[in-house]
Structures are given as C-alpha cells and as structure tokens.
Design a protein around this ligand. Structure first.
Ligand SMILES: NC(=O)c1ccc[n+]([C@@H]2O[C@H](COP(=O)([O-])OP(=O)(O)OC[C@H]3O[C@@H](n4cnc5c(N)ncnc54)[C@H](O)[C@@H]3O)[C@@H](O)[C@H]2O)c1
Length: 252
C-alpha cells in the first residue's frame, strides 16, 4: 500500500520505521522536503504533525486542519494528539473525509523503541479494520482495540494527566519529607515498591514538577475541554497551577 506520512517528527519517524518494510511510505514535512500531499499518489494518509499549545491553552490543530484540507478522499488516520473540540470541528467541516483517530503513547526520548514495543494499538471505530490491517503486518502479536474517537481522545489526555498528577504528588511528598526531616529517596523507593504505585514519574528533578513536550500542553488542553462542558476537573487544575508555581520558583 502507498502511504503518506504527514509530519516527520518523533511520531512520524516511529510510524515510518515500523511500516516501511511492509508498505511504500512517502513523507511530507516542510521541515525536510518541499513535497505536498497532492503531489503524491497514495492510498492512505497518516497524520503525525505537531499540535502545539495554542492561545489560552487550547490545542492548536491548525497543522492537522491544513493537512486534512490538502488530502483527497483517501482514508486518513490521525496519530497526532487532538482535542475533542478539534475532532468535532473536523466532523462538522469535512464529514465527507474518511478520518480515524489513533492515540499515540510513545515517549520522545525512546520513540522508536516505544513504538516498536507497543502491546496495544487503539484505533477509532471508523475504518478500524482497514487501519488495523495496515499495522498488523508490522505488529502481528499486539492487540488492536477500538472505541469512539472521543473516547480515545480522552484516553490519550487522561493517561498523560494521571502521570502529571503523579509527578505533582511526589513533588509534594518531597516537601513533606523535607519538613519532617525524613529522607525522600527512602520514602519514595518504599512507597513505590508497591506495584500498584510503581516508581515511574515518582522522581523530583532539579527543575521540579513536570515539563517536556506533552504534559504541559496536554493538561492545559484537557482542562479547557473539561471547562467547556462544565467540568472543573479541580484535582488536575490544582496540580497544573501548583506545577506552574514550583517550576517558576514560586510556591503556592
Ligand atoms: N513526542 C512525543 O513524545 C509524543 C507522544 C505522543 C503523541 N505525540 C503527539 O504527536 C504529534 C506529533 O508529535 P511529535 O513529537 O512527533 O512532533 P514534532 O514536533 O517532533 O514533529 C512534528 C512535525 O510535523 C511537521 N509539520 C507541521 N505542520 C505540518 C504540515 N502542515 N504538513 C506536514 N508536516 C508538518 C513539523 O515540521 C515537524 O517536523 C503531536 O500532536 C504530539 O502531541 C507526541
């Protein structure tokens, strides 16, 4: 199958690496070439473009909209992280385009390995069989699960939000240890010995709190989506504002 990948960053590179032995892959990304999607003959399109934090924390999906607009009526799979409002916008503006969503959970530092070693791929209901078939060739042993696109959009945001909460929690655990003259590292290790807790995201870095490519923008985006439907999501809102204060050196 001839597949175009739009966006050749961490996610696009990982998707290409996994699929290139099984499909004819072409990449379109203004950062590396002058190609456009329309200059390609292709059967399907996978969107891996950046979706940065936009005004007031909303997910800026302009890159996704641009690529969708350029594409012809071939199946499209969005691997970029997108918002509920953005998905609704696509459904309203281009209902004729055959769009599916598949959340991506790789980590930037270990993108290729994470993608290669994934155990489950989630693909929204529309065109599930088509996309599962494309990836099954590269991943014969993983399970493919499906749900409504909106449920998978939330799944992506809520995993990152939970991990961000965990980082914030352990930052406050460290403060409690310091205030009680106990050794944070000992407490951290023994708390996380409980396999239900686990030691990922329990470290307190020099910068404090959470940062990086995804947690700040994804938590900001889901908080906006929550407020949009009248949900405060106060536990996450508090963690995000606490995080902002410790990262800028100001305590709440
Ligand atoms: N990096 C991660 O750890 C990670 C994990 C899961 C999901 N995601 C999500 O996947 C998406 C991509 O993330 P990334 O880390 O690969 O981003 P990235 O910034 O590394 O790469 C994105 C690429 O998209 C290209 N691009 C932008 N507009 C384009 C357009 N109109 N046409 C073609 N290419 C275009 C950019 O030039 C860039 O090379 C984002 O939505 C991100 O939130 C990232």
């Amino acid at each position: 199958m001839k597949i175009v990948i739009a966006g050749y960053g961490y996610v696009g590179k990982a998707v290409e690496a996994a699929l290139k032995s099984y499909h004819d892959i072409r990449v379109v990304d203004p950062a590396i070439n002058d190609d456009t999607i329309n200059s390609k003959i292709y059967d399907a399109l996978i969107i891996c473009v950046s979706t940065p934090e936009g005004l007031d924390g909303w997910c800026n999906m302009q890159n996704v909209y641009d690529v969708v607009k350029q594409s012809t009526y071939k199946p499209i799979l969005i691997k970029s992280t997108i918002s509920l409002e953005g998905w609704k916008h696509l459904a309203e503006e281009v209902p004729e385009k055959d769009i599916s969503f598949s959340p991506e959970f790789l980590r930037a530092n270990t993108a290729l390995e994470d993608f290669a070693q994934q155990k489950t791929m989630y693909i929204s209901e529309n065109n599930f069989d088509f996309w599962a078939q494309i990836f099954r060739q590269a991943f014969p042993d993983i399970s493919f699960k499906t749900a409504a696109a909106e449920e998978l959009i939330l799944t992506k945001y809520l995993r990152n939000s939970f991990l961000a909460l965990k980082v914030a929690y352990f930052n406050q655990v460290k403060d409690l240890c310091d205030a009680t003259f106990t050794d944070f590292e000992t407490v951290r290790r023994y708390v996380t010995d409980d396999e239900r807790i686990g030691d990922n995201h329990s470290y307190v870095t020099e910068e404090k709190g959470f940062g990086g490519h995804c947690f700040p923008k994804d938590t900001a985006a889901i908080l906006n989506s929550a407020r949009d439907v009248g949900e405060e999501f106060s536990i996450l809102r508090k963690a995000v504002s606490y995080n902002r204060s410790i990262r800028s050196g100001l305590r709440e």
